[in-house]
Design a protein around this ligand. Structure first.
Ligand SMILES: NC(=O)C1=CN([C@@H]2O[C@H](COP(=O)(O)OP(=O)(O)OC[C@H]3O[C@@H](n4cnc5c(N)ncnc54)[C@H](OP(=O)(O)O)[C@@H]3O)[C@@H](O)[C@H]2O)C=CC1
Ligand SMILES: N[C@@H](CC=O)C(=O)O
Length: 394
């Protein structure tokens, strides 16, 4: 491909503008030729001639060799990205939901048309985790990948724990700072970190998982009682996606709040920062830390992908293609804290074992072991008021 990148940018919101800010500070031998947006009435900080609402102006322009997709509409993003790849353009995207939902198809399109799709900014903002999982870690030696993959929920939890802010105020701040998704239930309900986990697991283990088959329980039902419990036991609560190998090449994926002890690297990951712990057979634990949301941190990851396209970089999906027999499995048991209102909840969830019970008129909880499949069967129920569940790692 030509050394000079001529870019068609889709989206000029938090991340699109963040990327543009970064690009204009440096002489990078690249040009943003056109920017596609949705609302022609919105006031823009750049010349009106640069903008279009017609996607085909970019997608059919033979001079544009690189498409950068940073929009907040999943289905439109898939149409744009797949058409651009089929039209011979390389693409950078930060749309994690779109990528997680369409990963297998996107891999095949890249293969068929010889084009490249990079998406480092889609997983943990500024942290270069995808290229590391893809290139550095052999899946034979990789035990687990877990961490804080969502800046908004971590921001909310930090503000609640460290500054006693109420949930609604903290969420509003995360939205005002540009961290939250258009519908913030995606963040606080654990959907956004689940999409990121699905993408990370494909590069870690070579397995492509359908997001709807992965448990996501969020922080939206957190109450003052859970915070009191965590504080008394010297825990912090964090929303943690986990991909972990167990048994014979089985990989379990799930997203759930976790009670985190001070010895855990994630304990000190605060606000919009993310942290990823990779556990490998001989390297033991390695910790990646950086801003996981916001225009400039995400823009920096997008720019790194743009720069990688200059030298023809592609994900080879080696682990997926060689298929070394890793399979996703939900045959896994978690140790959990469950705060509940109604006694029938305990029976409904079918605990394997209960090791602790606390009972007061205004606060009831149990600690015990439960099958992941039971949590999946009750996922909707567990995201409703009256219950809060969190994993406790023993
Ligand atoms: N915010 C963050 O910290 C991060 C966000 N992401 C992801 O990056 C993407 C963009 O997020 P963010 O910048 O926050 O979103 P914003 O809501 O700030 O901006 C979205 C932009 O997309 C444009 N847009 C929407 N639909 C279309 C369409 N069909 N064609 C062209 N433009 C369109 C909007 O146009 P208009 O201006 O006219 O409304 C707007 O400029 C999302 O997928 C998000 O999940 C990833 C990592 C971090
Ligand atoms: N809403 C997301 C944005 C980045 O991916 C988050 O809060 O992490």
């Amino acid at each position: 491909m030509s050394n000079k990148l001529t870019i068609g940018l889709f989206g000029f919101g938090v991340v699109g503008q963040g990327l543009h800010d970064i690009i204009r500070t440096k002489d990078l031998n690249l040009e943003i030729k056109k920017i596609a947006i949705k609302n022609p009435e919105k006031k823009r900080s750049l010349s009106p001639e640069l903008f279009t609402t017609d996607a085909s102006v970019i997608l059919n322009d033979p001079e544009i060799n690189t498409v950068v997709e940073l929009i907040n509409d999943t289905e439109a993003a898939f149409q744009i990205v797949s058409t651009a790849l089929k039209n011979g353009k390389n693409v950078v995207s930060a749309s994690k939901k779109m990528i997680a939902l369409h990963l297998e198809e996107l891999i095949h399109i890249q293969e068929e048309y010889g084009t490249s799709l990079l998406y480092e900014g889609a997983v943990c903002g500024s942290i270069p985790i995808i290229r590391n999982l893809e290139e550095y870690y052999d899946n034979e030696l990789l035990y687990s990948v877990r961490g804080i993959f969502n800046g908004s929920s971590n921001y909310i939890l930090s503000k609640i724990f460290n500054e006693n802010l109420d949930y609604g105020t903290a969420l509003k701040q995360a939205q005002d700072l540009g961290f939250a998704e258009t519908d913030p239930i995606s963040d606080v309900g654990g959907f956004d970190p689940k999409y990121k986990l699905v993408i990370a697991a494909s590069h870690a283990y070579g397995i492509i998982t359908r997001p709807e088959e992965v448990l996501n329980i969020g922080i939206q039902t957190l109450s003052s009682k859970d915070i009191q419990y965590a504080r008394e036991k010297n825990y912090k609560i964090k929303l943690v996606p986990t991909a972990l190998e167990f048994g014979e090449r089985q990989v379990v994926l799930y997203v759930i709040p976790k009670l985190i002890h001070s010895a855990d690297f994630l304990y000190n990951v605060e606000n919009e920062y993310n942290g990823v712990i990779v556990q490998a057979a001989f390297a033991d634990q390695q910790f990646f830390f950086g801003k996981g949301a916001g225009g400039h941190p995400t823009g920096s990851a997008v720019l790194s992908d743009i720069a990688a396209l200059r030298y023809g970089y592609k994900y080879e999906y080696k682990k997926y293609r060689t298929n070394r027999g890793f399979v996703q499995s939900n045959d896994y048991t978690l140790n959990v804290y469950l705060r509940y209102d109604d006694e029938s909840v305990i029976e409904r969830l079918g605990f394997k074992e209960i090791t602790e019970r606390f009972y007061a008129p205004d606060f009831k909880y149990v600690i015990g072991k439960i099958e992941l499949s039971n949590l999946i069967a009750n996922q909707e129920f567990l995201n409703n008021d009256g219950v809060f569940i969190a994993e406790i790692v023993q």
